[in-house]
Design a protein around this ligand. Structure first.
Ligand SMILES: [Zn+2]
Length: 57
């Protein structure tokens, strides 16, 4: 039987304008908060900024 990978969906929020532009999955075993450099498509940014993890309720 195939082993299911446990993961949770999270959102990535721009640290500069607060826009949530990405949804991704993170393994439940990973305790650290994700912070990734992603392209922000909002009018305020239009550049790569740091995106922080936010939980999906
Ligand atoms: Zn932004």
């Amino acid at each position: 039987m195939a082993k299911k990978l446990k993961s949770q969906l999270i959102r990535l929020k721009c640290s500069e304008c607060g826009r949530i532009g990405y949804t991704t999955a993170k393994g439940l075993a990973i305790k650290e908060k994700l912070a990734l450099s992603k392209f922000c498509n909002s009018r305020a940014c239009k550049k790569h900024t740091l995106h922080n993890e936010v939980k999906i309720k």
